[in-house]
Design a protein around this ligand. Structure first.
Ligand code: ATP
Ligand code: MG
Length: 300
């Protein structure tokens, strides 16, 4: 798999506070990469370093295999469109006027602007002032502005923030559509649910460190299911399994986070002690649970 964005040992320290620590990003080409983490975990800082808006304290950024530095910066940034924090449009101008400003600034063709506007489906709203746009329309205009130069990479910081469920769904479809066209989309969110099904690869940050990077199924493989024991004597079973964290749950006992070997030990113990076991079930965690476990639940 070829990686279009990589970082090696990327860190950012403000005064004496390290807010991004030793990050090795691997963003595969042509996918939606979901960059997740609680508020303050360092997502925006990392994205700004990828875009050369913030200077890394240590480490390096590579775009398409080339190291980002003074001499390559201009050339590499031509391949990246971005939307960082607030939508970048002028509110007192119309959508169309904003597009024309960017067109002139970057020397783009009418065709490039038209295609970008059609991709985000704003063609019928170009005559309207941006101050009258809904938040979802503003976000889409921001993406059109970033798309117009036909970049290979889009870096979007929380484009779903504040959108209603329909707006979020529309944004998901747009991101998937862009990736199908071969554009690599790196998108951040502090809410797993907003992008987890859209993103093929996830990077999860916690306090500036990468806690997990890989596919959704690789993340699922990390989950440790609860074990549920059906028994005639739940009180005794709970007492016997207490050292593994067993507690009564309805007519049975729930023991959190057990691997296979420990589950076997636990069942053997119950049987040895003469507790009648009717059934043992493993309850898979949701992706949300795995995410919470990884990030410690902070702000999520
Ligand atoms: N210019 C700065 N000077 C000092 N500290 C900063 C600066 N920019 C960011 N920080 C701190 O770095 C940490 C990470 O911030 P960052 O904005 O990267 O997080 P985030 O993951 O994008 O959070 P959110 O989900 O709230 O957008 C925060 O604690 C923030 O206060
Ligand atoms: Mg942020």
């Amino acid at each position: 798999m070829s990686h279009i964005i990589t970082t090696h040992g990327l860190s950012k320290t403000y005064r004496d506070r390290t807010v991004v620590r030793d990050l090795d990003l691997r963003v595969p080409e042509g996918c939606v990469y979901g960059f997740l983490g609680p508020n303050g975990s360092g997502k925006s800082t990392t994205m700004k370093m990828l875009l050369s808006l913030v200077r890394p304290t240590t480490g390096e950024v590579r775009i398409m295999g080339r190291r980002m530095e003074r001499s390559t910066r201009r050339d590499l940034l031509r391949h990246i469109g971005s939307l960082i924090e607030a939508p970048p449009a002028y509110a007192h101008l119309t959508g169309g006027e904003n597009m024309r400003l960017v067109q002139r600034l970057l020397g783009l063709s009418d065709g490039q602007v038209r295609r970008a506007v059609q991709t985000v489906r704003l063609q019928d709203h170009l005559g309207q002032r941006v101050s009258r746009y809904s938040l979802g329309m503003k976000q889409r205009l921001g993406i059109a502005l970033a798309l117009a130069r036909e970049p290979r990479i889009l870096v979007l910081d929380e484009p779903t923030n504040g959108l209603d469920p329909a707006g979020i769904e529309e944004m998901r479809k747009l991101l998937t559509h862009l990736a199908e066209r071969g554009i690599t989309v790196m998108v951040s969110s502090h809410l797993l649910g907003e992008i987890d099904r859209t993103a093929e690869v996830l990077g999860i940050l916690g306090r500036g460190r990468m806690l997990f990077q890989g596919t959704r199924s690789e993340l699922f493989a990390r989950s440790v299911p609860d074990v549920l024991v059906d028994t005639a004597d739940p009180d005794r079973a709970a007492a016997l399994t207490r050292r593994w964290g067993g507690v009564r749950d309805g007519a049975g006992v729930r023991v959190p986070g057990l691997d296979h070997a420990t589950t076997a030990d636990l069942v053997a113990r119950l049987v040895r002690e003469g507790v009648a076991v009717y059934g043992v079930r493993r309850e898979e965690q949701s992706l949300e649970d795995v995410f919470m476990d990884l990030t410690g639940g902070g702000g999520l």
